[in-house]
Design a binder for this molecule. Structure first.
Ligand SMILES: [Zn+2]
Length: 234
């Protein structure tokens, strides 16, 4: 124990942990992104009294679309989300998830809907080939952070799978995105979904093509109500 503390102390002096965004030294209660960056660096998405923080019309069955921040093309947030996706910075996902969880708790639409219901967090599933290649699903780690703050269960990763390995949809028209993603998801364990409120968790909400497709599959499987919560919206 003593040795462990000593070793950690030495490592701490030699390689102090720094914030992924601003590079300043982190305090012991900060993980990967410092509190100052989490609270002030990014632009909060406007949600005042609305059930959608973007301008997109929500399909029937989806009661809330909640984004934490507006996407900043070429900015710090894009950097951070890119690191989470491609550089295995799993801890960043959990930091962002905790921040997303706090903002969900401050949204009265959300807190009202989760009362007296069976609720589960559902990270958007990755195709197993992609998950194997990347080693993890970034949405799952965001969901873990959310779960820590709101104390809700994360639905097991095998309950809903993605059986279509879609290529990146960047640059596609909305119609093409929809066609590309159609039929991509499949519910495998109905008991995890039936009669429950599912909160779909993802990193970025763009056109809704992916999350809406997942939502329609969940609805067909007997899900009572669906909400979408993301770190950013484009
Ligand atoms: Zn920072």
């Amino acid at each position: 124990m003593l040795f462990k503390n000593f070793k950690e102390g030495v490592l701490e002096v030699l390689f102090p942990k720094v914030c992924t965004v601003c590079g300043l030294k982190l305090t012991s209660n900060e993980n990967f992104v410092c509190n100052l960056c989490l609270n002030e660096k990014f632009e909060e998405a406007s949600r005042e009294g609305k059930t959608a923080s973007s301008d997109i019309m929500l399909p029937e069955g989806i009661s809330l679309q909640h984004a934490l921040w507006n996407f900043d093309k070429g900015g710090h947030l894009q950097d951070l989300l890119h690191q989470l996706k491609y550089q295995r910075l799993i801890g960043v996902g959990e930091d962002l998830g905790r921040q997303l969880g706090k903002s969900l708790l401050a949204n009265p639409f959300f807190t009202e809907r989760i009362k007296n219901n069976k609720v589960g967090l559902l990270p958007v599933p990755l195709h197993k080939k992609k998950r194997r290649m990347r080693g993890y699903n970034q949405a799952f780690h965001i969901a873990k952070g959310v779960a820590e703050v709101i104390n809700l269960p994360v639905i097991e990763q095998e309950a809903v799978i993605r059986n279509k390995n879609t290529s990146t949809q960047t640059g596609f028209s909305l119609e093409k995105r929809r066609k590309n993603i159609s039929g991509a998801f499949q519910v495998q364990k109905y008991e995890a979904i039936e009669n429950s409120v599912c909160i779909i968790i993802d990193d970025v909400f763009t056109t809704g093509a992916t999350t809406f497709e997942l939502a329609s599959e969940l609805k067909e499987a007997g899900c009572k109500e669906i909400m979408i919560a993301t770190v950013a919206q484009a």
